[in-house]
Ligand binder design. Structure first.
Ligand code: ADP
Ligand code: MG
Length: 244
């Protein structure tokens, strides 16, 4: 790989990123990279700082220190509406669908930054092809959907912005086992179709199975970063996160 390719390959670069809520340091000097085409997971216990890290990457909480670059441009201290335009979409913890709007309206909201009507219509078709249940329920209020369907809707809505980087916060949380499998299959498919993904998950086993690389966070710090396969066979990780 020559230098220009190497530069292009790096999509997201966070350096010494910090997030604090008053006196609580939730994220402490985290270095994190996501390269174009990768599926990278971030695992760690409840309260480790995963959500805070994702939120700071997309400008929903301010960084108290450090930098974020995306395709070479600085995103540090940029507001979230501007970060969305750079091509970063977040599927938040707890899905965040608009429950009183219909499924179709939720998906259209995902495309609010775009103006290419024909392409939006075609992307809507693609989301409906990917998630036939959403198509069947297109005119239903999102609040009437099951948890799994709402997760599909949240992912579909994020895809409607045609993201360069998709941030997923605990997509399998609270779902029945079959639906968890389905969501992970969907994540793998989206990745194989070329969307770069940063996946936060408490289900470390499945997250490491689908990911190329992974980071482990403990008390706000990244304590391990490696190929997903290496993390999955790391005795420390196995004991702490894979229940062995
Ligand atoms: N809005 C907030 N105000 C104050 N403290 C917060 C807030 N959000 C998260 N925290 C604290 O920051 C730490 C990290 O939380 P979070 O990023 O949600 O971790 P995770 O997603 O890994 O469970 C926890 O100690 C949590 O209590
Ligand atoms: Mg969280």
């Amino acid at each position: 790989m020559d230098l220009s390719e190497a530069l292009l390959a790096s999509l997201l670069e966070a350096r010494k990123l910090c997030v604090a809520y008053g006196g609580v340091k939730a994220v402490k000097r985290v270095d994190l990279d996501v390269n174009a085409g990768e599926l990278v997971c971030l695992i760690g216990a409840n309260g480790a700082g995963k959500t805070s890290l994702l939120k700071s990457l997309c400008g929903m909480v301010p960084a108290s220190g450090g930098t974020v670059h995306f395709r070479g441009a600085s995103l540090t201290h940029k507001p979230s509406h501007e970060i969305v335009r750079h091509g970063i979409a977040l599927v938040p913890e707890g899905r965040g669908v608009f429950s009183r709007m219909t499924v179709k309206e939720n998906l259209e909201m995902g495309a609010h930054i775009r103006h290419d009507r024909a392409a939006i219509a075609s992307d809507l078709d693609s989301v409906f092809t990917r998630f036939p249940r959403l198509k069947e329920r297109a005119a239903q209020k999102a609040g009437t959907l099951s948890g799994g369907e709402q997760q599909m809707l949240a992912i579909g809505r994020a895809l409607m912005s045609r993201p360069q980087l998709l941030l997923l916060d605990e997509p399998s949380m609270g779902l029945a086992p079959l639906m968890v499998q389905k969501i992970f299959e969907t994540i793998r498919e989206i990745s194989q179709q070329g969307v770069t993904i940063l996946l936060v998950e408490q289900n470390a086993k499945l997250a490491l199975e689908v990911s190329h690389r992974g980071y482990v966070m403990e008390s706000g710090e990244v304590t391990l970063a490696d190929e997903a396969r290496a993390l999955a066979s790391n005795p420390e990780v196995r004991r702490a996160y894979l229940g062995e």
